[in-house]
Design a protein around this ligand. Structure first.
Ligand code: C2E
Ligand code: MG
Ligand code: MG
Length: 350
């Protein structure tokens, strides 16, 4: 059980990520490393390889890091035991918060909307990773309650911004398949939109591709119903769920959010460029908006622009913001978005 010290990780990755010069081209390799250890994670190739693959997948999830150790497979159960009770308390009280990540039109840097992301900072357990507590909420059937809280808080905020004259055109709200199965989940959404006096077409419901494939007939009916009511539907994390383009045409999705794993190497990998180009063509042909997720470097942004991808979000453009930060950004009349070199956010320049 060799201790994987940060300094070794930095040295190793630093050495691998040295820029290379090949004739007139400069290559800047980026590495992600998933580490499995024997005997803790297994003593044969199969289990070790699976553990390393799990660890590698973790490098793409928040907290993002180039190198991760495999976690024991029973982690899900442990998380559930540890988080289920406190999550129920947080849902009853004031424990949750929303972050807003700007979505931009890439060519113009115009702010076209924001994705609402749930945050939980527990007084005892500390700040929790969203995908962890969302998974626990799904496993313990608290996701409908969480979803209602998110919808209520997001719409209340949007309506308050409207009243203050700081209009945000559109918000994306993540929903999970279980919410579509819940007979009370969706009527609530419609009722809330009416109560806040908002148009349904300002709400984009984001459903992960992996969830889309597994939808029951009833959930699909709910989805079609929501679309008829004017809500917009987005297929989220496209490229991770193997649903393919066929599913896209069967359900009324107006937006596809391309998962960051398909964008990660877009600035230097011809394969990813070709895939994105195909997606751009398909999306344009079917009237679907394409949003690239996880744009982290200026070169990715440039490539996406030149491939014709219209919209995007990511740390390079703007990180998830607090409601107050988002409102400050909205109060800029130019509607343009600029992140300054210090990592802070400024709007309206240039
Ligand atoms: P998602 O819907 O795909 O949301 C985008 C995630 O990517 C967010 O992670 C965001 O912080 C992160 N992100 C944004 N830009 C970048 C970037 O440039 N690089 C990288 N590496 N990551 C970036 P977050 O907030 O941790 O949320 C994780 C997932 O949890 C979300 O993925 C969504 O599936 C789920 N989630 C979050 N809030 C809710 C919610 O209210 N309800 C439901 N059902 N799920 C939620
Ligand atoms: Mg999303
Ligand atoms: Mg996504």
């Amino acid at each position: 059980d060799y201790p994987l010290r940060d300094v070794y990780k930095r040295q190793l990755l630093g050495a691998l990520e040295e820029p290379l010069t090949l004739t007139e081209h400069v290559l800047e390799p980026a590495f992600h490393v998933g580490v499995a250890r024997s005997p803790a994670d297994g003593s044969e190739f199969g289990p070790l390889h699976r553990a390393a693959t799990r660890a590698l997948e973790l490098t793409h999830k928040p907290p993002v890091s180039a190198c991760r150790l495999a976690e024991p497979p029973e982690r899900g159960l442990q998380l559930r035991e540890r988080l289920a009770g406190p999550l129920a308390i947080a849902l009853e009280g004031e424990g949750l918060e929303l972050a807003f990540q700007p979505i931009l039109e890439l060519e113009s840097s115009r702010l076209v909307g924001a994705e609402v992301l749930c945050r939980w900072d527990d007084p005892v357990l500390g700040r929790q990773v969203p995908s962890d507590f969302i998974n626990v909420a799904v496993a313990t059937e608290q996701i409908s309650a969480l979803g209602r809280w998110v919808v209520e808080a997001a719409l209340a905020t949007l309506a308050a911004w409207d009243r203050a004259g700081h209009r945000l055109e559109r918000i994306g709200i993540n929903i999970s398949a279980l919410q579509l199965e819940d007979p009370h989940g969706m009527p609530f959404l419609r009722e809330a939109v009416v109560r806040y006096g908002l148009a349904t077409d300002r709400v984009v419901l984001e459903l992960a591709e992996a969830d889309v494939i597994a939808l029951s007939g009833r959930a699909v009916d709910h989805l079609r119903d929501l679309h008829r009511q004017g809500f917009r539907l987005a297929m989220d994390d496209f490229g991770t769920g193997y649903s393919g383009l066929k599913r896209l045409t069967q359900l009324p999705f107006g937006q596809v959010k391309v998962d960051r794993s398909l964008i990660a190497a877009i600035d230097y990998d011809p394969m990813q460029q070709a895939m994105l180009m195909a997606l751009v063509t398909t999306a344009a042909g079917s009237g679907v908006d394409l949003v690239a997720e996880g744009i982290e470097r200026s070169r990715q942004l440039q490539m996406l622009q030149s491939l014709g991808c219209r919209y995007g979000q990511g740390f390079h453009l703007a990180p998830p913001l607090s409601a107050a930060e988002m409102e400050a950004a909205l109060s800029d009349p130019s509607g343009r978005w600029r992140a300054d070199a210090a990592g802070g956010v400024r709007v309206g320049e240039g």
